[in-house]
Design a protein around this ligand. Structure first.
Ligand code: CUA
Length: 316
């Protein structure tokens, strides 16, 4: 049974679902119809009852019927499919709230016009939302199944966007639907739909990331940033070698890095960490691959990096 409540989670649901049910019904009709005809023929044209095969010559009537009916069915599927899909292809309605969704290996970031940046998509109810889609490294896909929103994010593609009107409060799955490498499954977050007043309050709140307990531990905000920005997909806290070097004991450690053709020993300090985040491929720690990390220039501010450094210092 379909959950009636999900039906209107966005303005796109009705059209997409209609096309889905029509196509599914036609498919089932054929499955059942063909199976019945097949069984009937097996019975009727069994060798015992029908020992001699008959040659049938062309029949104009049959040709018309079996061209005409499928044509109608296919056009019906096309019509409803197109009708359900069309709103997405057009420009977003006036007054839409613009949010830029940035995908990279392996996290999403949502950037709001007032400078707010989050790892979860917060949106107001009943207001059109225009998502500008940006992929930094490889092809990702942004999907919010409850809203029937699904769009590939292709690196280098300019002015690509999608839009929808959230119509139901709540938290909905949002994830990547293009296999984009080892930790593709980490690209899993949520779209949170709030009433307009609650959203406005959240939107205007200038305080940094909603960190649970700011006073808890030195660097707690830095940790929150590392998690939110997806750094932990590639850098472990426990010494395990993942895509990049572990964070454990990283501050003050000595690393051999490749700088161009040279191998140089460096000590990990503030300056080195800042450079590794903003220009990661300038120096690669020996034993790791170049090109897997891209600059976080657009996702982290200098202050964010300070908070991260403060946290890394605590990882002995
Ligand atoms: Cu990004 Cu899969």
């Amino acid at each position: 049974m379909i959950n009636r409540e999900m039906i209107d989670a966005s303005n796109l649901v009705a059209g997409v679902d209609k096309a889905f049910w029509i196509i599914l019904s036609i498919s089932f009709l054929f499955l059942i119809g063909l199976t019945i005809v097949m069984l009937y023929f097996v019975y009727k044209y069994n060798k015992k009852r029908h020992p001699k095969a008959v040659q049938i010559d062309g029949s104009v009537k049959l040709e018309i019927i079996w061209t005409g009916i499928p044509l109608i069915l296919v056009m019906l599927m096309f019509y409803y499919g197109w009708k359900g899909y069309k709103p997405v292809t057009g420009p977003a309605p006036d007054g839409a709230m613009e949010i830029t969704a940035v995908a990279r290996m392996w996290n999403f970031q949502f950037q709001y016009e007032n400078g707010k940046r989050t790892d979860t998509l917060y949106i107001p109810k009943d207001r059109p939302v225009k998502l500008n889609l940006k992929a930094l490294d490889v092809i990702h896909g942004l999907s919010i199944p409850a809203f029937r929103v699904k769009s590939d994010m292709v690196p280098g593609r300019k002015d690509h966007s999608t839009w929808f009107i959230p119509q139901k409060e709540g938290k909905f799955d949002l994830f990547c639907t293009e296999y984009c490498g080892l930790n593709h499954s980490y690209m899993y977050t949520a779209a949170v739909v709030m009433p307009q007043e609650k959203f406005d309050k959240w939107y205007k709140d200038k305080s940094a990331a909603p960190v649970a307990d700011k006073a808890a531990k030195p660097g707690a905000q830095g940790l929150a940033l590392l998690q939110k920005t997806g750094c932990v997909a590639c850098h472990s806290f426990n010494g395990t070698k993942l895509i990049g070097p572990t964070f454990k004991g990283i501050y003050g450690a000595k690393h051999v890095v490749k700088r161009g053709k040279e191998e140089v020993e460096i000590t990990v300090d503030d300056e080195y960490i800042r450079k590794s985040i903003m220009d990661p491929n300038a120096e690669i720690v020996k034993g790791y691959k170049k090109g897997l990390m891209l600059s976080y220039k657009e996702q982290l501010t200098d202050k964010d990096v300070d908070l991260i450094i403060e946290y890394l210092k605590t990882l002995k």
